[in-house]
Design a binder for this molecule. Structure first.
Ligand SMILES: Nc1ncnc2c1ncn2[C@@H]1O[C@H](COP(=O)(O)OP(=O)(O)OP(=O)(O)O)[C@@H](O)[C@H]1O
Length: 290
């Protein structure tokens, strides 16, 4: 039986990469014998609305072409629907795709995962009535995220580096109360990040070692350090060689409450809302081709 795949494309993701990648993917899926119906989103709301329509239409699978923001929007509808979903990375960060092992720079290879049809279930975090597919940033990293989102240049991950340098000039450690499965930790910190996946910001392994299907949230607290130490850590975060550094405190749990004054949390690269926030886990909520 021919499988019917709905290709939902955010043409603006990755500054137009989504629009460029979509026809390559459609061709690949069709040449493998799949039937493809393509939808282009015109605004953020379209991603969820079209995904819901596609689920109701009885398509066999959805493929989302976009970055982490697009995946976040689609996941709100696709979670717990049982609809298998393929990721075609076309954003600047692509951390969800990275976490599930989808090739990041080869749309044909990403499409081939949908053709092969092997699926797995992955966990989602939950907070403020939203599903989160990667990491919640709450501290210095949310300021970096905010600044990077407002920058138009440079295009790729270098935006996060420049935003980090700019924020470092004025940042002061914050006072937090972090409650993990009822254990209360009162601490000063540069940031507290909570994730189901390991990375954010285009490959920074802030929750290094996080397993996306273990039913647990990974919590990373970065203790107060000098600007120089934090700067020296950044290349290590991308390589994962920061693990074990005394400034890193890591925990795992099923519920996390983050409290700090004046901090806005970001999730999947977009604003989540002001702290305090309660983060939970929805084990195996999303079925992905991988
Ligand atoms: N036509 C559109 N369809 C969907 N979303 C859109 C559209 N135009 C603007 N957006 C907004 O674009 C945001 C960013 O999309 P996305 O995250 O997929 O790309 P990116 O920012 O380039 O990648 P990344 O998040 O991986 O860095 C979405 O969260 C959404 O709010």
């Amino acid at each position: 039986m021919t499988r019917h795949v709905a290709l939902v494309v955010n043409p603006t993701s990755g500054r137009g990469l989504g629009a460029r990648v979509a026809p390559i993917v459609a061709k690949r899926l069709e040449s493998a014998g799949l039937t493809v119906t393509q939808y282009e989103t015109t605004c953020a709301e379209d991603v969820g609305r079209i995904s819901a329509e596609v689920i109701a239409s009885g398509a066999d699978a959805v493929a989302l072409v976009g970055g982490d923001g697009t995946i976040h929007l689609g996941a709100q509808v696709l979670a717990k629907s049982g609809m298998p979903f393929g990721v075609i990375p076309a954003g600047t960060g692509n951390d969800f795709a990275r976490g599930i092992g989808v090739p990041l720079k080869d749309p044909q290879a990403a499409a081939d995962l949908i053709v092969a049809g092997n699926t797995r279930s992955v966990d989602l975090a939950t907070a403020k009535d939203e599903f989160i597919t990667t990491v919640v940033a709450g501290g210095f990293d949310s300021l970096v995220n905010k600044r990077a989102n407002a920058m138009t240049w440079p295009k790729g991950n270098a935006r996060y580096t420049l935003a980090t340098l700019a924020e470092l000039r004025t940042f002061k450690p914050l006072q937090y109360v972090v409650t993990v499965d009822g254990e209360v930790i009162e601490t000063r910190a540069m940031l507290v990040a909570v994730g189901t996946g390991a990375t954010y910001g285009g490959g920074m392994q802030i929750c290094a070692g996080a397993e996306i299907d273990d039913g647990l949230l990974d919590v990373t607290i970065i203790k107060p350090v000098s600007r120089l130490t934090l700067l020296q850590m950044f290349p290590k975060l991308s390589k994962g060689t920061h693990v074990g550094h005394p400034m890193m405190h890591t925990l795992r749990g099923r519920t996390v409450r983050l409290e700090s004054t004046g901090v806005t949390a970001y999730a999947d690269g977009e604003i989540l809302g002001a702290l305090p926030i309660d983060i939970g886990i929805a084990p195996g909520a999303l079925t992905v081709f991988a």
